[in-house]
Design a protein around this ligand. Structure first.
Ligand SMILES: [Zn+2]
Length: 329
């Protein structure tokens, strides 16, 4: 019995021993490739900043790093290829991204950074904050931007006159040629909005668009003289505080309210259509019902403000006023 066990141990040992030896007989080329200790390869690239919120006119300096297999980090900013997917919003200058002055709050785009076989995408969102665009006197510094915000705390410069005013191509009802103007992009958008309404068999009429600082001064003083200061401040804007001075705001009306500007416009077929569709053409109802304490103005279902399609749609979908949208986003 002891002999049998001894023999078994000898046999098992021999098998194991032979097994060990047989490994050495495998030719080298059959051994799976191993990473040789001195190989130091790139495992990934990192781009800084990664996702980023920029403002129009900003220059964003990008840094690109390679992470090596041994943990080392190498700067490859100079050698990485940076490209922009939308030239309307920014251009690439060496390793810097120059955000266009035309980029508006709500716009977003990607840039790609390439090095060897590595590719990274960065998302850039544009936001022109309220704080950035006002001076110590409470005068805004981006008057000509489509995303400029003015209200009773944010004045336009008294000498601001838009450079690209044109006469409206839609039906109007006032004789004063000044108010039958808007900035070209807003005017073209308004034409499309009116056409859209027409397709749904609704007829809109423009009442009052651009108003110069001087016109607003006469209008405001006239209301003060007739109804008093309190009334004027509630229903009219002080000079420099009217969106109409931007050439981006327009009061519209319809036969159903006898071409007047009345709350009841909001309940007409025309008013309801405008409320639901204006954003598709780049406009918002600037002074919605129930938001008087935020906008500083009574409900004005007739007063449209041009922001461009992207921002108007975002503001509309948020259900917020322009002021709230800028504070919350
Ligand atoms: Zn208005």
């Amino acid at each position: 019995m002891k002999t049998k066990i001894f023999t078994l141990i000898v046999v098992i040992t021999a098998i194991l021993f032979t097994g060990c030896h047989s490994n050495e007989d495998i030719p080298n080329e059959d051994i799976p490739n191993k990473i040789t200790p001195d190989a130091n390869e790139i495992t990934q690239i990192n781009v800084y900043p990664s996702d980023y919120t920029a403002f129009s006119g900003e220059t964003v300096d990008l840094k690109v790093e390679a992470v090596m297999s041994n943990g080392e980090i190498k700067s490859i900013t100079e050698d990485a290829v940076i490209s922009n997917t939308n030239d309307n919003f920014a251009t690439v200058n060496n390793s810097s991204l120059v955000i266009s002055n035309k980029a508006l709050t709500g716009d977003s785009f990607n840039i790609t950074v390439k090095y060897e076989n590595f590719l990274e995408k960065i998302k850039i969102d544009i936001k022109n904050s309220l704080e950035r665009n006002i001076n110590a006197e409470g005068v805004i510094t981006n008057s000509s931007s489509y995303d400029a915000v003015m209200n009773k705390e944010r004045n336009l410069p008294s000498d601001y006159i838009p450079e690209d005013l044109v006469t409206l191509s839609v039906p109007t009802c006032l004789k004063n040629p000044e108010v039958n103007q808007l900035r070209i992009e807003a005017s073209e958008a308004l034409s499309k909005l009116f056409e859209g309404a027409k397709k749904d068999e609704l007829k809109l009429i423009a009442r009052s668009g651009y108003r110069s600082y001087n016109t607003q001064t006469s209008l405001y003083n006239g209301i003060v003289n007739k109804y008093g200061q309190d009334y004027a401040d509630k229903y009219s804007a002080k000079p420099g505080q009217s969106e109409h001075q931007t050439g981006l705001a327009i009061d519209i009306t319809a036969d159903s309210v006898s071409l007047q500007l009345e709350d009841t416009f909001g309940d007409t077929e025309e008013g309801k259509w405008v409320k639901e569709n204006a954003h598709k053409y780049g406009f918002i109802i600037r002074y919605p019902e129930g938001k008087e304490s935020i906008t500083g103005y009574e409900y004005e279902p007739w007063h449209l403000r041009y922001l461009g399609e992207t921002l108007a749609t975002k503001v509309y979908e948020s259900g917020l006023t322009l002021e709230e949208y800028f504070k919350n986003n």
